[in-house]
Design a protein around this ligand. Structure first.
Ligand code: DC
Length: 232
């Protein structure tokens, strides 16, 4: 399938499987994949390590100084994967702990944090075919993206997915903790003042509550073919 250089913006609530879907789609259709949530998690981790972010409380002047000082968060492409580094340190695993998840929503609601991340996303996505997932990609970061997808799934299915992911990584959360974190993040992400999570009017909705990844990819392929009149 010959796909033009386009940006695909995928938005949706936590644990709707956006990253898994976007990563797989990127490798299937040869796109560069960028995970914007990873960037917010990276800022949160850096803030937590410096004691600037703790228990959902943020020392805003200190966080601003950390970002203004040129916090070195960047993606590197290795073996077909896009991985997040803080300086020379690979932080893909650390940014996905429940501790970081518990602090990331308030951090991502801070306007100067959003500007910092948006600038990085624009810089990393210059040229080529890009697929990016997050909460405000189709509404704020790339409002002119050629294809917008809004992913959704039932809350208990999303919580089960996140729970399984954490347990597989050696974390020991209870299902209720994971559900609570998910509901809190849904609330903060969709009620914050700057770039709240909303469904772009021109997005195609993908409810994957009862879909396999293969079925999602078939859905995407059909969408791309139809949208860009690609015959094969
Ligand atoms: O997709 P995720 O769970 O890794 O995202 C982590 C947090 O970052 C999430 O709680 C909301 C925030 N986020 C955001 O505000 N805007 C984005 N474009 C991506 C993520």
């Amino acid at each position: 399938m010959k796909i033009p250089d386009i940006i695909i913006a995928i938005d949706g609530c936590s644990s709707t499987g956006k990253s898994t879907f976007a990563k797989l789609a990127a490798s299937r259709f040869a796109f560069l994949y960028l995970d914007s949530g990873a960037m917010y998690r990276g800022v949160t981790l850096a803030g937590m390590e410096k004691g600037i972010v703790r228990d959902g409380q943020i020392d805003l002047p200190a966080l601003q100084a950390l970002l203004d000082g040129g916090l070195d968060l960047h993606f590197r492409h290795e073996d077909g994967k896009t991985l997040l580094y803080l300086g020379d340190r690979l932080i893909e695993s650390e940014i996905r702990t429940l501790a970081v998840s518990g602090n990331v929503s308030p951090v991502s609601a801070v306007p100067f944090v959003r500007r910092f991340v948006d600038d990085k996303l624009h810089a990393f996505s210059k040229g080529g075919r890009v697929i990016m997932d997050g909460r405000d990609i189709g509404t704020t970061v790339f409002p002119n993206a050629e294809l917008k997808i809004f992913m959704t799934a039932a809350p208990e299915i999303r919580a089960q997915r996140r729970y399984d992911e954490l347990v597989a990584k050696g974390d020991h959360p209870t299902f209720d903790e994971v559900m609570k974190n998910l509901q809190e993040r849904d609330y903060i992400d969709s009620h914050r003042e700057t770039s709240p999570l909303t469904q772009p009017a021109d997005a195609f909705v993908l409810d994957n509550s009862h879909m396999s990844l293969d079925e999602e990819l078939v859905w995407l392929q059909g969408l791309i073919q139809g949208r860009f009149q690609i015959l094969q």
